[in-house]
Design a protein around this ligand. Structure first.
Ligand SMILES: Nc1ncnc2c1ncn2[C@@H]1O[C@H](COP(=O)(O)OP(=O)(O)O)[C@@H](O)[C@H]1O
Ligand SMILES: [Mg+2]
Length: 278
């Protein structure tokens, strides 16, 4: 058993030390994860993760490729259920309610905990329909003008309204990459989520589109809780309040972003943020 304690022990930490250092709890948690393990068949991909996700905060998940960031992220809205042979154990609760029991209906859960992917993936439909689709299937609009209002508000929140208001019937796939990603964010917002998961949302975008999304993330934090996977440490430092560093399936360190980047407690964190391995 790993001890569940918030250690703030002095550096240097032994490189092989694998229980999480730093403060993994949050004063005002929206999501609480305890002893979460994920297996792909025999492979133990994510091991004994304990972490809280604070309300109205951005938490960044960082670490080298293959360390389990996406796997862990997918636990938070049960997307691992869609992968054959993938098994998730442990306790994950949102606002005190367990989300990984067999009785939980994943359809409303995935509206409540929305997801934005690495590659913008608008539906092959109009800009309007991309955003209207979710509210329609979840029955959120009682009449067409309600639906129009939801679409407009979602596009405004996603910072896209002014760019698309005159072309709503045109295909979403005709937008630029950055606009498509904001359309996907609008689509997520349209079904009233509480949490938004983002898996490397800027890695297919140019620097200007990236800056727009980063600014948007900062604005969205007032309304939503955001968990973002990023391979860019600069991005983690810019957009997040807390940072979690993963390595080989373990959560090595978690803490306030400024602290993790300026005063890491674990040797592996220090080596990673100073670029000694990637
Ligand atoms: N669908 C899958 N089937 C089997 N193994 C997988 C699958 N997805 C990821 N893995 C493995 O799980 C580990 C963590 O992967 P992943 O969560 O994608 O890492 P990251 O997002 O940090 O790059 C890796 O070893 C990867 O090869
Ligand atoms: Mg990944």
């Amino acid at each position: 058993m790993t001890k569940l304690e918030n250690s703030t022990m002095e550096r240097p930490f032994h490189r092989e030390h694998r229980s999480t250092v730093g403060t993994f709890t949050s004063d005002n948690p929206r999501i609480v994860c305890r002893s979460v393990d994920v297996y792909y068949g025999e492979k133990h991909a994510v091991q004994n993760i304990n972490i809280d996700v604070g309300r109205h905060q951005v938490i960044a998940l960082i670490g080298p490729s293959g360390c389990g960031k996406s796997t862990f992220l997918r636990c938070l809205n049960r997307m691992n259920d869609t992968i054959p042979d993938c098994r998730v154990t442990g306790d994950i609760s949102m606002d005190g309610i367990a989300i990984n029991g067999p009785e939980v209906d994943v359809v409303p859960l995935r509206a409540q905990v929305g997801m934005v992917f690495q590659k913008p993936n608008p539906f092959p439909k109009s800009i309007f329909e991309n955003v209207a689709y979710g509210p329609r299937i979840h029955g959120l609009a009682s009449n067409p003008s309600d639906l129009e209002e939801i679409v407009e508000n979602s596009l405004r929140r996603a910072g896209l309204w002014d760019e698309v208001k005159d072309r709503l019937p045109q295909p979403g796939t005709g937008l630029s990459g950055g606009q498509q990603q904001r359309l996907c964010i609008a689509r997520t917002i349209a079904v009233n989520p509480e949490v938004i998961l983002m898996d490397e949302p800027c890695s297919a975008l140019d620097p200007i589109a990236t800056a727009k999304i980063e600014q948007l993330i900062d604005e969205l934090r007032a309304l939503y809780t955001i968990v973002i996977v990023t391979h860019s440490m600069q991005q983690a430092a810019r957009v997040s309040q807390r940072t979690a560093f993963f390595h080989l399936g373990h959560l090595i360190e978690v803490g306030e972003t400024a602290q993790v980047f300026t005063n890491p407690q674990h040797q592996l964190t220090e080596e990673y943020i100073t670029g000694r391995f990637g």
